[in-house]
Design a protein around this ligand. Structure first.
Ligand SMILES: NC(=O)c1ccc[n+]([C@@H]2O[C@H](COP(=O)([O-])OP(=O)(O)OC[C@H]3O[C@@H](n4cnc5c(N)ncnc54)[C@H](OP(=O)(O)O)[C@@H]3O)[C@@H](O)[C@H]2O)c1
Length: 413
């Protein structure tokens, strides 16, 4: 087994030359501790040297990261994973390029954090390497219910309240690759709500399924969140949050037996909700056609590119969450108790990804007291990094607010 002392770096950023990789490198260069021993890695020395020149202009007094050159070959990746305590990977599509690295990290006892949004990749990695990984804001609301109300959590609804951002060439290429490789039926099965969880739920109250109004017309209103529509990232995020539920069950941080998580996007009103519903399904049907995907890849940004960094500084991302207290099937209080949370990041969603990756890496290598550390490893979710992670995200410019609320039934349709 490789020991800590054998490893040259604490953190190695694999894919540093890509769109998300550069953003993550800039964030580490600006915000992570000055004594962090880190490296940027990729296959192209010139690109990495030019990235280091850029980093120097941004922060002239900070020591530059080491440069490491590797090819996407098993023997190279084996050396890579033995040289560092933790790998951050932004090399995608992950289904094409991620599996060997993931397996070698598991084999060599190297921590691993990535930017994937590809659930088939996550599913395959869990099957092959056990357990699970990824991010969401619900840890705050859930832990708030436990602390303030001394009760577990039942239904949680998260909505993208507002967002300004775009999609990089690398992200589009990952989406296209998933649709090229899997049929709708396979993708549906991969996205089942508990497909990544180490255990299945046994709720004390049956979990309500969506009403016909939601299924047919997308008409959903939730107090504190507003009118809502379906969000295409929802199935992967749901499977990951439910995996956190499974990982934390039986620990002091447990979410509760009837925990059930849903993600939406906020819309202006009922007419917008119906319009969104039919537009989204039509676009999904179009995207399922191979020629449409081919055309999109020709007219959109190519991998490695996206909107220029100086044009996205004024973008933003805001999530809102309602987490209902689980008061059990028999003892119903007069009013439903819940926590309401808001997460806002006043810059581009790709910068948000950079913050989440870098801060998770810092906590994993620099601390040893999180739930993730106590679980002792495996494929975990970022939520298992707990309060330290929330505090680190705040330091990284993410605003997170949680408050208690009381009211009538929160879900209306
Ligand atoms: N979940 C989220 O919210 C989220 C957010 C952001 C990104 N992502 C995901 O992160 C991934 C990266 O996105 P991106 O826009 O940054 O992509 P990108 O700009 O195309 O960057 C890809 C990186 O992978 C490297 N790479 C590609 N093929 C390689 C190979 N054969 N050998 C070695 N290195 C290789 C590239 O190196 P070269 O420079 O040498 O070509 C580059 O560094 C995508 O899968 C995307 O979906 C997810």
């Amino acid at each position: 087994m490789v020991t800590k002392a054998d490893r040259t770096h604490e953190v190695l950023l694999w894919g540093a030359t890509g769109y998300t990789g550069k953003i993550t490198a800039e964030y580490i260069n600006k915000n992570l501790p000055l004594d962090l021993n880190w490296a940027i890695a990729g296959r192209d020395r010139k690109k990495l040297e030019s990235l280091n020149e850029h980093l120097k202009t941004l922060n002239p007094t900070r020591p530059l990261p080491a440069i490491e050159i590797f090819r996407l070959k098993e023997e190279d990746l084996n050396i890579l994973t033995r040289k560092t305590q933790l790998v951050i990977s932004t090399v995608g599509p992950f289904q094409l390029y991620g599996s060997d690295l993931f397996r070698l990290c598991a084999q060599n006892g190297t921590h691993y954090v990535d930017s994937t949004g590809e659930s088939p990749f996550v599913g395959d990695m869990i099957k092959a390497n056990d357990d699970l990984a990824r991010k969401n804001g619900s840890i705050v609301a859930v832990s708030h219910n436990r602390r303030i109300f001394d009760a577990p959590t039942r239904r949680v609804d998260v909505s993208i309240h507002s967002l300004k951002g775009s999609v990089s060439g690398g992200t589009l290429s990952s989406f296209i690759n998933a649709f090229n490789r899997y049929s709708f039926a396979q993708l549906y099965a991969i996205h089942a709500p508990y497909s990544f969880s180490p255990k299945k739920p046994t709720p004390t109250e049956p979990i309500k399924s969506s009403s016909l109004w939601i299924k047919l017309f997308g008409l959903l209103y939730i107090r504190n969140l507003g009118w809502l529509g379906y969000q295409s990232q929802s199935p992967i995020d749901r499977a990951i949050v439910h995996s956190t539920w499974g990982l934390l069950d039986g620990t002091s941080e447990r979410y509760g037996d009837s925990f059930d998580w849903h993600a939406w996007v906020r819309l202006w009103g009922p007419i917008a909700a119906i319009f969104w519903h039919f537009t989204l399904w039509s676009l999904t049907a179009l995207f399922s056609l191979r020629p449409v995907r081919w055309l999109l890849s020709k007219i959109w940004y190519k991998p490695g590119n996206g909107v220029a960094a100086d044009k996205i500084q004024k973008n933003w991302l805001e999530y809102r969450t309602v987490a209902n207290v689980d008061d059990g099937p028999t003892q119903k209080p007069a009013k439903k108790r819940k926590s309401v949370a808001r997460l806002r990041f006043d810059s581009d969603p790709y910068f948000f990804t950079g913050v989440t990756l870098a801060e998770a890496a810092k906590i994993i290598v620099r601390r040893n007291d999180t739930q993730a550390h106590q679980l002792g490893g495996g494929v975990l979710t970022p939520a298992t990094l707990g309060d330290s992670y929330v505090a680190a995200l705040k330091e990284g410019g993410v605003t997170i607010e949680v408050k208690s609320a009381e009211g009538k039934e929160t879900v209306k349709w």
